[in-house]
Design a protein around this ligand. Sequence first.
Ligand SMILES: [Zn+2]
Length: 265
Amino acid sequence: MKQQVAFGPRYPGSEGHRKCLDWIIAEASKYTDKVEKQPFSHTWSANGFDVKMTNVIATMNVGAKKTVLLLAHWDTRPTADQEWDSRDAKKPVLGANDGASGVAVLLDLMRAFKETPPPMNVIFLFTDGEDLGPGLDEMFLGAAHYAKNLPNPKPTYGILLDMVGDKDLRIPIEPFSAEKAPDLVKRFYAHAKQIGLETTFPNELQGSIFDDHLPLNDAGVPTMDLIDFTYPSWHTLSDTVDKCSADSLGKVGKAVESFLRNEKL
Ligand SMILES: [Zn+2]
């Protein structure tokens, strides 16, 4: 997480965005079998320009019949639109939690799975353009692009990690996930309880969240969003490393790793 934040804001077109892309590819290449760039572009309402973006797809193939998709967005919000001061609201966020946290957990999972492979193939998807905005019609762009170009066969299910670094981490069930991926949600929350992480993953509903899981669910890949949306620094200049904790990232990584290792696919 610290490494990503050190690149600075990572919105499409920024220097930090370019550096972070290279870094994710280099890291993923150490631990997975195949790393691909999936480029796409979008004419952005904010300036009328064609914005170039890139998903990174890293595949770990253990020769199993089933494939699980793990995803997180790697871009950050171009504007801190939740800031009170209108000058601050035009500045880009650092995205320690909203961006870097999910990527950090995906990279940790790669390292763990390189050492001891899981019982299924895994696709790690780093989406770009999740947080471009300003409106919902210009968000989740990388996930939507991936959903339009799914591999064949398509993943059995997906797990999205977003804003999973909050020091005070609590991830109740996200309602769209419960509706579109009910079996996955039930199994995951039951497993989290079994391994003593019930406080972090309480078996109760939070508010519905529009996120990268929606285009995947629409494309027929049941996908669950693990997100702690009660984060006061969301889309502000104070979304910095000190609001996050390695302990929170570790709990999410442990929950997902243990869940996948215990899956009977
Ligand atoms: Zn965001």
